[in-house]
Design a protein around this ligand. Structure first.
Ligand code: NAP
Length: 313
């Protein structure tokens, strides 16, 4: 698209790209052919192709055609490029989507009060920021309790987006009410359910009949959905990036299984105290050696709340 927009101006130009241009036919024709045809003089890429079978082939093809090829940007741009390409790298190297865990919590780490209230802990500004996260993902994932209690729509609102993310619910028995908003709008915005392979056939068929796509995966050792298998099933459908929006049980199980790549927390200036629902539940770490180490912090104010983002190391 960039070459098409540049037209003749691409001739003799330098092209900066995040990923090493490919030299094979995938969903599109090779990028190397397009660059050579456009007559660019130099290509600088940030990250080599993660696939060991094709790594270096794009670079070599460009060089053979007389194009100067270099790898690496300045440190700040390199970080931004690696950040941008992270979902794709996960998808290719691990065969599962990149997973961002998002939670709107009190300063003491609760996403709901002991009475079950969670609307709203954070400000409209933080919620709008959350819509930007949604808009940048292929799928939004939630646990069935969140659907039962909050009845969310999980669509992108108030911000521009290219393609609505698929809404995915994790529920062993495909326990999703037919009058839930996710179900009644399933023909407008895709809704999928990740259920267990032994889930009731009748319930699966009933959801299918109203436009909900049902993906069956095995149960894990704890009796819930095998979340790694669930994510692989999403990858097989072309889902590269997932935003998990709760609840605490699903967040915790994803953490326990080592499936979280990035965390975005909105911290509201309030304390919920005892009995609040923990943002990250599950089994948790027994020893400090079992914690999920985070790095690459960034913190900024969003309205009255704090937005904390970190990468899992
Ligand atoms: N503030 C926030 O950011 C925020 C965001 C979301 C939700 N919430 C709040 O969180 C609460 C709901 O959270 P929750 O922790 O009770 O439930 P949850 O995480 O939303 O859903 C858990 C349910 O998911 C299904 N499940 C199937 N396999 C699973 C697996 N391997 N791991 C985890 N879950 C699996 C199970 O139901 P089945 O029996 O159907 O299999 C399980 O009971 C609500 O009060 C909601 O308002 C707050």
């Amino acid at each position: 698209m960039a070459l098409r927009d540049a037209g003749e101006r691409a001739r003799g130009a330098t092209v900066f790209v995040t990923l090493e241009p490919c030299n094979h036919h995938g969903r599109t024709a090779p990028c190397t052919d397009a660059l050579i045809r456009a007559g660019v003089a130099r290509v600088v890429f940030a990250v080599a192709d993660p696939n060991p079978h094709v790594r270096g082939h794009g670079r070599d093809a460009l060089r053979a055609a007389g194009v100067v090829v270099e790898q690496g940007f300045d440190p700040q741009a390199q970080r931004a490029a690696e950040h941008g390409i992270a979902p794709w790298m996960r998808f290719i190297t691990l065969g599962r989507p990149h997973l961002t865990l998002k939670a709107a919590m009190s300063l003491d780490g609760s996403i709901a009060t002991r009475g079950g209230e969670s609307r709203w802990i954070t400000s409209p500004e933080a919620r709008r920021d959350g819509h930007l996260l949604r808009a940048a993902c292929d799928a939004v994932l939630v646990g069935s309790e969140t659907v039962r209690i909050d009845d969310p729509l999980l669509t992108v609102r108030d911000v521009a987006y290219e393609r609505a993310p698929v809404r995915v619910v994790v529920s062993r028995d495909a326990r999703l009410a037919v009058d839930a908003k996710l179900v009644t709008t399933a023909r407008e915005v895709p809704t999928w359910v990740l259920c267990a392979s032994d889930a009731d056939e009748g319930r699966r068929a009933a959801l299918g009949a109203v436009g909900v796509r049902v993906l069956a995966v095995p149960r894990g050792d704890d009796g819930g959905i095998d979340l790694a298998a669930g994510l692989r099933a999403l990858a097989a459908e072309g889902i590269v990036s997932v935003l998990c929006e709760g609840g605490g049980t699903l967040h915790g199980r994803l953490r326990d299984a080592g499936l979280v790549d990035r965390v975005v927390c909105y911290l509201a200036p309030m304390l919920i105290g005892a009995g609040g629902l923990r943002a990250i539940g599950g089994v948790g770490a027994e020893r400090l050696a079992d914690v999920t180490p985070l790095g690459d912090w960034s913190v900024r104010a969003v309205g009255p709340d704090l937005r904390v983002e970190a990468e899992v190391r």
